[in-house]
Structure formats: C-alpha cells, structure tokens
Design a protein. Structure first.
Length: 569
C-alpha cells in the first residue's frame, strides 16, 4: 500500500446503490477499546513472548504452490532479553556511508548507503545477525539540521532506499530537507536487507484477494490461499520468515537511530508505514521525536477487519471517480451522471464474470476488472487510465485493455482457482509479496475457518458492493505456518504529544476511519489532520496546501496543532 504512483498497485446505477453513509454499518470494524498502557522504551508496549512450538497449525495436503494469475498492475501492495540499545545504551557500530547498489545509484545518485547489523531474533540478541541497508540524503545546512527523519513507504514489503530522493523530487520543502538527514531503508526481509522469498511466480494473482461472487468462490480461493501459505513455509529453509514482524522492524528502527549517533529519531511513514511509526512511537516513546503518519491503517498491524476496510475505502472513494467520468462522458462514454457510471461498473463487472475477455495472452475477468478499478482509485492521476480500461472493455478491445492494465496478462489467467501455468517465470514481485504476507500473518492471529470469510464476504458484498467481496475474502494468513510469537504492539497514549496523523477523507485503501481510530488510541499525544480530498497519500504525495503547511511546520518547528485540523479542498 504505497501512495507513490510509481510504486503503489500500477467502484454506479441508482441512488439506492449509492455508498452507505458512515455509521453502524462500518463502525463494527473498529476493534474494541483496549486498555491504555504506559511504556518503558521498547518493552512495556508488548506483553511477554510466549514460547511456541515451531510447527504448522495443521498438516495440509492438496495441490502445491500458488494458483491464479499475476496482476502486473499491482506491482511497482516486550519482555524479552534486552539488547544494549533496548536498555537505553548504544551499540558499538556506526553506519559507514558509501556508494549505494547500482540500481539505487542509477535512480538517485545523490544518495549514500550503509549497513546496520541487527539481531534476527530480538529474544536471542546474541544469536544470528542480519543487516539492514539504509540510505541517506544528507542535509546541506549544518546550522539548520536538527536530527534524522526515518522514512518508510508502506507495504509491508516496499523498498524505501530511494525514498529520500523521491520525496525531494515530489516537492518536499527545502526547510524539511535542511532540518534533517533523510534516511531511507529496506526494512528487514526487503530488497538489500537480508531478503526473503516464498518463490512466487508470474501466475500468482497477488496478495489482495479476488472479488468473490458467491460462497463457492470463497471456498475456491481458499485453495489458492492455502497453496500460497504452503509455498512460503516450504521455501523458508532458514527460518527467517517468522521474524518479520512490525515489532521487530520497530526495534530495527531504534538500532538504526543509535547507529546514526542520534539521541532521538523523527519518522515519516505512509500507508503501512503508519503502523510501523505507531509501533515505534509506542515502543520507544522516549526516543521517538516528531512522528508523521500519513494515510493510516488504524493500528500497528493489518488484520482481517483492517483488510475489510479496503471495501469501505473503495465505497467512499468511488463517487469521486464516477463524478470525474460523468463530466467526461463525451470522451469515455461511461455514463452521463455519477449514477450511470456506477451502473456501468456493475454491469461491466457482471458481464466479465460471465464472459471474460480473451486478450490473446490470457483472460480479463470480473475480478481483474474490479481490482484494476480499485487500484485506479489510488490517485486522481490514474482516473484517465482507468476510464480507458473501462472503455476498451466495453468495446471488447482486449489488446488495448491488456496494454492499459500494465502489459498483457500472462497465459493462465483463468480465475481465482487456476493452477500455475507450465513454465511460469519467477515473479519480480516475489520479495514484496513474501514480506507482505510474513509481516501481516506474523503480527496477529487471523481467522482459520473458511466459514468466517464466507460470512464476511456476504456481509461486505451488500454494504460495500464496489469491492467489499474482495477485501473480505480469505488470505494466506488463514493457513500460515507460524503462530504470532508475541502480541501485536499496543498503542501507548502516555508519552509526548508528538504524533501528527494525516488523512484524506476519501481513501480507497486506508479510509478516514483509520485515522480516526489511530487518533483515538493515541489520545493526547496526537492531532488528526483531515483533508477534503481523494486518494492515497497526503503530504507531498498530495497537493493540499493546508496539510502541507501544517506538516512542514510540525517537522521543522515542532508546532503540533492545538487541536485537530480540517483542511478544505
């Protein structure tokens, strides 16, 4: 879940079918209130780790490996024995800056890179070490520099090495880049940081489940989800997957802070990066400086209810696209009113469910069409391409539709129960998909019975008809080999008032509700900036002047607003 349109994954009829108004229908997804807890840095935000056997929950049989087809569109979505810095001391290492890897240097030659050693398992700090690669865009104004700003683009699984340069190219104010060394990174398991790979190939559809038209479709996709979980377990020969968690990544952030020689670290994270930043601010409140959380998933982890909020987000955001398309009916022919555009969406999706379009390279079915539309809601910059996809499919122009979807879908796109195509190639998204699953499944327990997902899908198909029957569908986490090693990080509201929460009112992936939830959990520590805008990403990724001004003032001057802020369009 990344707001940069180079990295994030590249929903109309009658008034009765309009998006539901916010209310009881979606607020049931808010988790029950949790006890507020104070934290001693790095420890009290988590309960003790419980010993667990390293075994699968059940021995599974049936088809192996992954199923379904790749979506090119979605590629480029504690009381443990304490290490020295967990007790407040500093590790002996310091980052030695040098040249970045060739591909990073080619994209952002102004960056320096270095490695930070961290324990693979923080419960065994003297055991195996892994290395985290970090990047730096150094401040050129020593008098203005006040510290470091750690950056995370989301995912989990997104590479962040070029993020310092990316933000500057998108318009990060000079006052911010002067005030901080900007620190990017590949988090544990990603890219150049001891990467993990499940072995996904180009026939894998990706980690966002397909839209389930009925109960049978949920059961069918359960086979795909189980195969994906089995693939990860089978290929985890060195046992690293189980150590990919948000809590461990937050501990890594504090090791990075110490290796940079800083007493405190500021943080900017987008999408899943908000979960990581919330965890860091809760586990290490005394060492977290200024924390900016942009487009929030609503907690320190993604769970089944969090995935279901994708359906809410799509429902709230789709009307913006429908209005845009209706204003351009003469160009695209999708409907002369938002209601007509909505009707076109459902009619086209149902037609593709019944009769997928053959592209010559594979099929475009209703699930793929819905997924493409969902991805197109990430940014208004994608509306034109999304409208072209619709028009091509309405005209049965399969080649044009395939091209617009980011390249022709590979052979074997036969729906959510498809078997891998013979000779499928390794997916370029294997690492990102593997990390996403590992962190998401390791952080928290997921329902294991298919009936739970059938009920969720049936409910969300009705209340969030645009995309709810996809986001509520079963995930590989239902079959994951490892139980969570520790409870998820709990938000700590006893600490400095240093958390700025940014949220568009309409966001397909992280709806405004997520920002409200996080703001409520942080209590007096946070302020919520609500933007009358649409899409995924606010600061720098968006263009709202009010939000830009508030965020820059916070990062540069430390000016946390006295109260929550509403920014007009």
């Amino acid at each position: 879940m990344h707001p940069n349109d180079n990295r994030f994954p590249s929903v109309p009829g009658s008034a009765a079918a309009a998006a539901p108004s916010p209310g009881d229908g979606h607020r049931r997804l808010i988790p029950p209130p949790r006890a507020r807890r104070a934290a001693v840095d790095g420890r009290a935000a988590l309960r003790p780790i419980q010993a667990r056997a390293d075994v699968r929950r059940r021995r599974r049989t049936g088809r192996n490996r992954t199923a379904a087809a790749v979506i090119g569109l979605l590629g480029p979505l504690l009381a443990v024995p304490a290490a020295a810095d967990d007790r407040g001391g500093e590790p002996a290492v310091r980052v030695e800056w040098g040249t970045c890897p060739e591909d990073v240097a080619a994209t952002a030659p102004e960056l320096e890179c270095g490695l930070v050693p961290v324990p693979l398992d923080y419960a065994d700090p003297g055991g195996t070490e892994i290395e985290i690669m970090v990047s730096r865009l150094a401040s050129t104004d020593p008098d203005a520099r006040r510290g470091v700003l750690l950056l995370n683009p989301g995912g989990p699984g997104g590479s962040g090495l070029t993020m310092p340069a990316d933000l500057v190219s998108l318009g990060l104010p000079a006052d911010v880049s002067d005030s901080y060394h900007l620190i990017g990174m590949d988090t544990r398991g990603v890219g150049y940081s001891s990467p993990v790979n499940c072995g996904f190939t180009t026939d894998y559809r990706g980690n966002i489940p397909p839209y389930a038209v009925d109960d049978a479709a949920v059961a069918e996709h359960a086979g795909v989800a189980e195969a994906a979980a089995d693939l990860c377990a089978d290929n985890d020969t060195d046992g690293r997957l189980r150590h990919l968690t948000t809590a461990n990544t937050a501990r890594d952030l504090d090791r990075i802070r110490a290796a940079l020689g800083e007493r405190k670290a500021s943080f900017y994270g987008a999408s899943y990066g908000t979960a990581l930043g919330a965890a860091y601010a809760s586990m290490f409140p005394g060492r977290a400086d200024r924390i900016v959380l942009d487009s929030n998933i609503g907690d320190t982890h993604l769970d089944h209810d969090g995935m279901r909020r994708y359906g809410l987000g799509a429902e709230e955001t789709f009307p913006d696209f429908a209005r845009w398309a209706a204003e351009r009916h003469g160009e695209y022919g999708l409907g002369a009113s938002p209601e007509e555009v909505r009707g076109t969406y459902f009619e086209l999706a149902e037609r593709l469910d019944e009769s997928p379009v053959e592209t010559g390279e594979g099929l475009v079915d209703g699930a793929l069409f819905r997924l493409a539309t969902f991805a197109g809601l990430y940014s208004e910059r994608l509306y034109a391409q999304t409208a072209e996809v619709w028009r091509s499919l309405l005209d049965s122009d399969a080649a044009a539709a395939a091209d617009l979807l980011g390249g022709s879908p590979p052979a074997g796109l036969a729906g959510p129960g498809a078997q891998p195509a013979a000779g499928a190639e390794p997916s370029p998204f294997d690492n990102a998909w593997s990390v996403f699953l590992a962190v998401t499944c390791n952080d928290v327990e997921w329902p294991e019975d298919v009936d739970t997902y059938r009920r969720s899908v049936a409910e969300d198909r009705e209340r969030y008809p645009v995309y709810g029957a996809a986001s509520a569908n079963i995930m590989p986490c239902a079959y994951w080999a490892h139980e969570p090693a520790e409870p998820p990080v709990e938000i700590v509201d006893d600490g400095p008032a240093n958390v700025l929460i940014l949220q568009n009112q309409r966001d397909p992936v992280t709806p405004h509700l997520g920002g409200e939830m996080l703001d409520d959990e942080f209590g007096q520590r946070s302020r919520l900036v609500s933007v009358d805008g649409s899409g995924h990403g606010v600061y720098v990724y968006g263009d709202n002047a009010c939000a830009q001004e508030v965020t820059t003032a916070f990062l540069v001057e430390g000016d946390l607003p006295a109260r929550d802020v509403s920014c007009p369009a």
